[in-house]
Design a protein around this ligand. Sequence first.
Ligand SMILES: *Cc1c(COP(=O)(O)O)cnc(C)c1O
Length: 805
Amino acid sequence: MTDLLTTVPTLSGVSVTMLRDTILGHLRTSLGKDPGHASVYDWRMAVSHTLRDLIMEPWFAATRRTYGEDRKRVYYLSMEFLIGRMLEDAAINLGLHGMIEEALAGVGPEFRTLIEDEPDAALGNGGLGRLAACFLDSMSTLGCPGYGYGIRYEHGIFRQRFEGGRQVETPEDWLIRRDPWVFERPEAVATVGFRGHVETRGARAVWHPGETVIAEAHDMPVVGWQGRWANTLRLWAARPTTLFDLARFNAGDHTAASEPEALARTLSRVLYPNDGTQAGKELRLKQEYFLTAASIADILRRFRGQHSDLRKLPAHVAIQMNDTHPAIAGPELIRVMVDEEQIPFDEACEVAVQVLGYTNHTLLPEALERWSTWTMGSVLPRHMQIIERIDDWHRRMNPKRPASVSILAHDEVQMGTLAFVTAHRVNGVSALHTDLMRKTVFHDLNALHPDRIVNQTNGITPRRWLALANPPLAKLVTDVVGDGWQADLDKLKGLEPHVTDAGFLGQFAAAKRENKARLADWIAATGGAKVNPDALFDVQVKRIHEYKRQLLNILEAIALWHQIREDPSSAIVPRVKIFGGKSAPGYATAKLIIRLINDVATKVNADPVTRDWLQIVYPANYNVSMAERLVPAADLSEQISTAGTEASGTGNMKFSLNGALTIGTLDGANVEIREHVGAENFFLFGLTAGEVVARRARLGHEKAAIGESQRLRDVLMMLAEGVFSPGEEGRYHALTDMLWHHDHYLVTADFEAYYQAQRAVDRAYTDPADWHRMAALNTARMGFFSSDRTIKGYMSDIWSVPPAI
Ligand SMILES: *Cc1c(COP(=O)(O)O)cnc(C)c1O
């Protein structure tokens, strides 16, 4: 055994020569290529395999220790993992970035070329999926034994293009070439059933599914900082139980004969590009059950390898539900305990509750999942019965419970309530969000279970979002505070004494300038405008959604453009406004906002009067790798959602960490970011969450706000006159009509305050030294927002799992 292990390459034995030999070796034996004829793809695969080899040792060691010490494991169930590229991340975590560059020098392409050849694994829509990816990174860094469980979608989030300014979606095909990070596990399979009927045998129920698919595991190692621990991201792909039905085929029913194959292919084919609103499609429910059932079968198989009594599950297993998407986990766990192990129902409920945790991500009512009892009953007939019994159990345990907390209401299964009732901890993702959860969506449940709701403010991994994305700043940080901040972000505090030092500020400014120049080159190279790297880079990148208020931002751009045209001497700071983000394909208003941004960009960028002062760019297809380019180059971070709507945000954290100042509302984690970085280093504007509620209740608040702002009236007039849509005056009628009459997200109410806050930004930017001092203070004070801190919170308050390292 020991002899075998010594043949595994280990980090301690790494040298440039060894890396070069291994890369060349892989080129020959794994790729079958002579270095002289190898393509960029071949080199990327060879380097990926080389790094992968080095992850095996910590990966196996982590598994051996978890088994050997019979440690409790955490299972993070998420329909989305927005992991992005893996090669550079592995190099950074293993501390081998520089050595790989050296190993390639003279023999192969530049490392950067290989890094950018990798497709961006975009198995998620936005923040929720990216959070899951940051959490995996932190769990491995902290030595929290566990697995991420997700779906291996054939197509991740769609690729976005613009045609005539409009969003066009095309399929993303990240799997078209071999993925060096995935290990297929044909032996790790689970059968998942749907539909069918439930047979009653005395007191027992037996579910006979009418359809089945096989879930096949695809494992990706997730290595933590310095390769001290590695967990697994296990993604399930659907396979047909039988390739096709020969009897039906021979009977002439050729289409029906392929049904099992069609069902399986459909199940793991596409990610729902559905950010926020609920499509109510059966396929989505099937996907959710597919993930949940396969994962729970896998978890129980592993548990049964070492234990027998499922009642002991809570001592060994913690399952976290990332939003309600896997909330069928409660009924599924209970089904297994009751139907397969004959555990009494009430006891099964208590065990499930101790095992499960639920993270809520939204207060928007339209985004809370609900399934009609008809759909649930036909897709998952046994689970529908169990859900009714859970509701009954909860009523019996809480005889005084109000009708508002029942899981079944209006012939629908309320998935938020189901998740709440079947979890021992329910967490919000920022202090404000958790507070609002207690006061609004879960008010009555909170009264019944006052200890259940806890807060875990989101975080981001400093490995990807500083070490990887921002080499110039990372180097400066290391020069000043030493190494180690990558896994102990509070060390950034050590920058603070230097923010009054002109030498340090010069270096800080130079790092930002370098990132901006790099971004400007990339924008030009990818067909965008030629932007001025000395302008203020003002960035809003995130999903396009009314509540995130990209509309407010573009209206302000129009107002600014108009102002400079009227009085060129009023312009004091050149500004480049950068937008990025996708809209859900069926979200008409968001798509119209995208078109407006592009139309305004076309008009403004062509204006010789304002060109030197205002430019607008909107690179298509925002994803993790684009975020890695944009975030380090930003001077100003736009976090301008209507107060009370953004649960936390994590984009806001990436920007502050990288030395951008925020213009933002008191929403989500902005509140805590502002507390940490200091109110004087943050441009606050807008109504508070409480004021938003009061304002909305005021009839005609839109007209009042518009009446008070000549500037806003001018902007709306320009839109109505077709200034940005020549020949089609009505193009933006739907938007102006909304702003005048049903402005739910209070763009009109906050417009003037936002415009004035932007002018305060302009004034601040005219004093570069002071600006950089404030920016550096943002970086120095962002230690709290490491996802390592967040995961420590989950480990102690929700999972009861001690770190293994
Ligand atoms: C961080 C991130 C998000 C989340 O951004 P928010 O501003 O918090 O909505 C979305 N998409 C990508 C690609 C990200 O990296």
